[in-house]
Design a protein around this ligand. Sequence first.
Ligand code: CUA
Length: 365
Amino acid sequence: ISIPQCLYTGEEGSFFNMTGQQSALDPMGPIAQNQANIFYITLWVTLFLFITVGGALAFAIWKFRVRKGDDPNYIPPQSHGHPLIEVGLVVASAALLVVIAIPTFGGIILKKKIPAEFEADAIDVTVTGYQWWWGFEYPEEGIHTANELVFPAGRAVRLSLRANDVIHSFWLPKLAGKTDLMPGQQNMMWIKADEPGYFWGQCAEYCGDSHAYMLFRARALSEEDWEAWLASQKRKTVVGGADYTPVAITESAEDLDTELIKHGTELFVENCVRCHSVDSMIQTSGPNLAHFGSRSSIAAGWLENNAENLAHWILNPDQVKPGNFMWAGFPDPNDPKAVQMEGLKDANLTKSDVDALVAYLYTLK
Ligand code: CUA
């Protein structure tokens, strides 16, 4: 299976490089820029303190070291306090803290509320954290999607953050710092990407077994691409059954193995719809799979979206994402056809069943 390149060597540089895919020091929007500025102000202040205090200490150690021939019992003259120096140091320390605090509080205020200049054409997105994936809802459009946050570049995106189960934290390092997603509470933040681009996100609050695999991707699109994306998300994809037609396919439909896709559709309707939907208007307990074929990753940003990875993920979800709830609804004691949670491979779901599911899912473009 192939994991995303970005995790160890991004196109722009390595993971440890400041221009890497998840670097907060390579800001691509106003919030991240503001936070990088605060980081550098704090760095320079603390560097100044380190050099002055550390330098004075090093100088004193060197200057007043024991020399050859010194009297070992000699005690230098003792001084007890110097009011001017003491008051001066307290005032200087407080002043340096103020230098750090002013931009920090400014940054906290900026992050919560969109400035008036960006307010007019801002869009709303509701972000929900689940163990271990992300739900993105566009309330104005009624669209749900999962694990890929798509938005127009150059416009502010107001994020309303909530959690379905435990505390998660939303972090898109190149666009903004973290904000926690709390059960029973709504937190707000906003982001803006200056230019169209691709950004890697990560859950930044330990939330259980697969916290490390709770990634997501963000795509900032040009206005034209954004309109096209919205239109594509509103297009219905087909669940299957009696009125099955591969309408979502626009290219080389004649090359498709329609029997295989039909079998996959039936399997999907029998099993997967308990938690998933292929209708972007419906909120489900598992990731919404509408237009699944157009996504770049699967398993919440952890695997590249290709047939090999998808088959592996469906058959061995626990190997990809320990503790996940992929088959949590199974086995259903009332359903004789239920797939067993243990030993999936020799249960009802065969290799060809998985191939059929994969074929069906890729019709959802
Ligand atoms: Cu969600 Cu860590």
